[in-house]
Design a protein around this ligand. Structure first.
Ligand code: ZN
Length: 1018
């Protein structure tokens, strides 16, 4: 057997099983290679990034563009996952997600493409997912019931009253519920008139009902064909193995279904083109339209979450590249950058807007402000123009250039998992070129492209100036955009929705509708039997590799400024020449009335300047030396179980277990370690609390940000309310991050900035006096360099011996929880705002950490989330999500729903489901599958930084990583009987005590829900 060498350029033009090798790319920046292939008969294209990484990732991607806002691409994304030829289940996706060992599994609709990625560290599991996903995208059932369930339908209640329902319909209603996202999407529509970005690929609820079933089927036929499929692969599984798999499972079936023979629908595939082949009709849709001359545009968005208008000046920029990224960073990378500074100082708005919109083939720059008062719009436009001209005249300072370079260098080096594996980011970069007919590798070497920018900066002192001229001053077209909050927005949309329902009612055949709905409801109510779900391949418990990878943190000591030992926690991780350092001080030395101010103090701690230099100078200086520095908090308690108490006891003499902390975290390149540590010590010891004017600005920003995000964080607010009276730790959580914090923030007055600064100065000094600890995460080489520097650092930073702490009692904390009595009651707490969507939360008692009971409860709640709650609250109820989980640390079961049209009903559905499950236990093999997937969640890799912080934080709360392994071991032992008992226990506990909260629209309908109103300020 001779095997084909895919990375040998001599093989370019040759084929392996009809896959022609088109290119072999060097991807230096990520120490990887890329191979590009096209299948001769079907036209399917494959790009494999070959890299020594056992977490392999695949993604099926299709170019999907539409010039309507009917959301067809988004509805399709949901629908292909609702059953396919080989997997004729209701939802193979959810079955797969809940039984596989995936480290990532998702489906994503972009404006120009739809992508189905999956990742796993277990090869057999990887191929299982690839098979189920491939079958879903190419051979979905797409029956009528799926279309009306996921897309839209008229639903009739018991009185014959009609409403529009549908999973995507409801999801998008949530998207249309606050100011910011709507203002943004209107801006994009304005900039690319009549071309695809002008339409909402997710779907506008007022247009979704226009989509017909036939159009939906045609869309699949047109876009989900193999000659429009881009199969992205990443990791260490050999290309040959992957192609063998695709060939065996799909190629023959694809040739048949899509008619890929001589003279058929897909034939004459161009195998010579080294660049992606795009069908002409898709190419046409990809074309962007631009405004030909300078224009002023005004739109309206809902008041919810707004603090004034969004005003921005916009310029087209061409294709995305590092040059533009650099220019953005230099002008607006941090608060002290010249454009950001001018906009902030003007006080014309409360938040700066500056970015380049890079999600399209061509991007544009947008500069302006959020929260602009009516009448000030022109002033903002003039200010932006004037400032850019001035910056051009004066030139950008070396400091601003250095900090922009540092910021980008740092970002390019740091390996993170912002969402899913790092390889997702490589996938997005590859697809950007690939979808648009450029080489996949075009965007895959950003570090090398940035080197060119740095070279230009070195050789041409006027480089930045030239860029300003090129992208702003010389542009003939600039677009003045205003989006104004309108109190009428929701009313108008509600009227339009009623009109739409009326119109649909006229045209609908009610007998036919009833038949459709009966069919759908019967289909939804059908609970799949184990025999039916058995088609989804799974891993058995006995096949699991029980080796868990455990990050470790060691406890060392350095000498503090008082000569005492200061605890130094060291986590060695593969950080790629970067180090992270936390310096933490306990805030539990403060009187309880100060706890509410901790979040804002942590927020401003690095933003008020030090050594009398002024905040702007300090920000500029620190961003030249560090990747970033910011304030943080860390709260918790030692778990009240013997194992954790004993663990904490081991460190008793050092006083660091079970404390509440505030401090700073800094990340920097190890090559700049000395400067970075010196600066960090300076920040800590010489922090200023005297810039009233700047604090006023920060108060305004904080209030605007909290207000903007109330609806988005609705689930979080509801969850914190139901938990607040449970323990001191959760009470602190509510005070610091819940509705109570909203009250604290709303009470900050700009004219009282001076008083607040005094309070902050007092709090900060007291915390420092109580002593401190240091934590470092870095790679082996970095640690060699850092260890000797850290002793010096502890002295310079004035860190002293950690004094014993105080544990706040509920009596001390409760006065700072708004409407505390309501938190203690089992009556529903109602959080009413102006919103088109809702959230529900419920909490009831659970078993203690590390017990057999707690493990069984985890399996039970995980099964409940993926089956009953998914069926009843998501599929039937129309919510976007519903989830139930155990917090065994707090001995609590928490249920919450997300973007829920009827949150008040969901809590009843949940409690009823618990009762029902007591009499119909979960079958043995379902229990086993749930155990496997829960185990899968425990082995999801995390970023080097997070590995360091998790193991460090474990030590602070008597919960080392070894206990987490014990917990996983317990989970593997759970039996069917244990789960049955867990259900009985949970139901019984919840019947006695369950706190509930509902976050909902304050419109007339939900006005009728019985419960206690919780005041929401801002
Ligand atoms: Zn969706």
């Amino acid at each position: 057997m001779c095997s084909f060498n895919f990375t040998d350029t001599a093989n370019i033009g040759k084929a392996y099983k009809d896959f022609v090798l088109l290119a072999v790319d060097e991807i230096k920046d990520y120490k990887a290679r890329g191979v590009y292939l096209r299948h001769k008969i079907t036209g399917l294209e494959v790009y494999h990034i070959i890299k020594e990484d056992k977490e392999n990732l695949f993604a099926y991607a299709f170019r999907t563009l539409d010039k309507t806002s009917r959301g067809v691409a988004h509805i399709m994304e949901h629908s292909v996952l609702c059953g396919s030829e080989k997997y004729p289940l209701k939802e193979p996706f959810i079955t797969l997600a809940s039984t596989s060992l995936n480290t990532f599994l998702n489906a994503l609709t972009y404006p120009d493409k739809t992508v189905y990625p999956g990742a796993s560290v277990v090869r057999a599991d990887y191929f299982n997912m690839m098979d189920v996903y491939g079958d879903a995208v190419f051979f979905p059932k797409l029956d009528h019931a799926t279309f009306i369930q996921e897309g839209h339908r008229l639903e009739m209640d018991e009185n014959g009253k009609l409403s529009i329902q549908g999973v995507v319909y409801n999801e998008m209603k949530g998207n249309y519920s606050s100011f910011q996202p709507i203002a943004f999407s209107d801006l994009i529509s304005a900039m690319f008139p009549d071309s695809y970005p002008a339409f909402d690929s997710g779907g506008d609820p007022l247009h979704i009902p226009e989509l017909t079933y036939q159009e939906f089927l045609d869309f699949h036929q047109k876009y989900y064909s193999p000659d429009n499929c881009l199969l992205f692969l990443y990791g260490d599984i050999p290309t040959e193995k992957q192609l063998d798999f695709i060939d065996e499972r799909f190629i023959g079936r694809l040739i048949k279904k899509y008619d890929c023979r001589e003279g058929g629908a897909i034939s004459n595939i161009d195998i010579s083109s080294k660049l992606p082949v795009i069908k002409n009709e898709i190419k046409e849709l990809q074309t962007l339209n631009f405004l030909k001359e300078s224009t002023s545009i005004k739109t309206y968005a809902p008041e919810t979450g707004s603090t004034g208008s969004f005003v921005s000046l916009n310029w087209y920029a061409g294709k995305a590249d590092m040059e533009k990224l650099f220019l953005c960073e230099a002008l607006c990378g941090n608060d002290s950058s010249p454009l950001a500074r001018a906009l902030k100082d003007s006080k014309l708005g409360d938040d700066v807007q500056f970015q380049s919109f890079g999600q399209f083939r061509e991007e544009f720059f947008s500069a302006g402000l959020w929260g602009v008062k009516k009448g000030n719009e022109e002033k903002v436009f003039n200010l932006v123009e004037k400032t850019i001209s001035e910056i051009y005249e004066k030139g950008v300072s070396q400091e601003d250039i250095d900090s922009a370079v540092m910021g980008i260098d740092f970002a390019l080096r740091e390996v993170n998992r912002y969402w899913g594996p790092f390889s997702i980011q490589l996938m997005e970069k590859a697809l950007k070129g690939w979808c648009n007919g450029e080489a996949c590798v075009a965007q895959l070497n950003p570090i090398s492209s940035f080197e060119k920018v740095k070279e230009a900066l070195r050789t041409d002192p006027d480089y930045t100036k030239k860029l300003i001229k090129k992208y702003f001053l010389d542009k003939e077209v600039s677009v003045r955009f205003v989006s104004e909050p309108s109190p009428e927005y929701f009313k108008e949309r509600e009227l339009a929705e009623s009109a739409l329902i009326e119109k649909l009612e006229e045209s609908v055949d009610k007998t036919l509708l009833k038949k459709d709905l009966d069919e759908l409801h019967a289909y939804q109510q059908h609970i799949e039997t184990p025999a039916e779900t058995a088609c989804i391949p799974t891993t058995k418990i006995s096949e699991l590799d029980r080796q868990l990878d455990i990050p470790e943190t060691s406890l060392e000591f350095v000498t503090g400024s008082d000569g005492a030992d200061v605890p130094l926690f060291v986590s060695q991780e593969d950080t790629n020449g970067i180090f992270y350092i936390d310096v933490l001080f306990p805030f539990d030395c403060l009187e309880p009335q100060y706890v509410q101010h901790i979040p804002f103090l942590a927020d401003v701690i690095t933003n008020l300047g030090w050594s009398g230099k002024g905040w702007d100078k300090c920000t500029a200086q620190s961003s030249c030396v560090m990747g970033d520095v910011w304030g943080r908090t860390l709260c918790g308690a030692v778990n009240n179980v013997p194992q954790c108490i004993a663990e904490a006891e081991k460190y008793k003499q050092y006083n660091f277990c079970g404390r509440n902390w505030i401090g700073l975290i800094c990340k920097a390149l190890t090559e700049r370690a000395e400067e970075a540590l010196n600066m960090l010590a300076e920040i800590i010891t010489r922090m200023d609390f005297d810039d009233e004017k700047h604090l006023e600005t920060l108060i305004g920003e904080l209030q605007a940000e909290k207000k903007n995000n109330i609806v988005n964080n609705g689930r979080d607010y509801a969850s914190k309310r139901v938990r607040a009276a449970w323990s001191e730790n959760l009470a602190i959580n509510e005070i610091m991050w819940g509705v109570s914090q909203l009250n604290t923030v709303a009470a900050y007055k700009k004219h009282e900035a001076k008083k607040l600064l005094e309070t902050f100065a007092y709090m900060y000094r007291e915390c420092l006096k109580a002593g401190g600890i240091i934590h470092v995460t870095a790679d082996e080489d970095s640690l060699k360099k850092l260890r000797p520097l850290l002793s010096e650092f502890a002295k310079k930073a004035g860190i002293t011996k950690l004094l014993p702490g105080h544990k706040y009692t509920m009596d001390e904390l409760s006065p700072y929880i708004s409407q505390f009595d309501e938190c203690c009651s089992d009556e529903v707490q109602l959080l009413k705002v102006s919103s088109q969507t809702g959230y529900a939360a419920a909490a009831s008692p659970a078993s203690p950490y590390l017990t057999k009971e707690s493990a069984a409860e985890m399996i039970f709640t995980s099964w409940l989330s993926n089956h009953t709650l998914w069926d009843k609250i998501r599929t039937t109820g129309g919510a976007y999500g519903a989830n139930c989980w155990v917090d065994s640390m707090e001995r609590q079961i928490l249920m919450s729903t997300y973007r829920d049209p009827t949150p008040e009903k969901s809590i009843d559905v949940y409690l009823q489901s618990l009762q029902d499950l007591c009499s119909t236990p979960i079958p043995q093999d379902e229990v086993e599958k749930t155990i496997v997937s829960t185990y899968g969640n425990a082995i999801v890799p995390v970023s080097p930084k997070d590995r360091g912080s998790r193991s460090f934080e474990g030590m602070l709360y008597g919960n080392p990583m070894k206990f987490r392994i014990q917990r996983v071991e317990n989970i593997l032992e759970v039996s069917e009987e244990d789960v049955e008992k867990a259900c009985d226990r949970i139901f019984e506990a919840a019947s006695k005590h369950c706190s509930k909260a509902v976050f909902c629209n304050k419109s007339a309908k939900s006005q009728k829900i019985a419960g206690n109103n919780i005041k929401i300020p801002l």
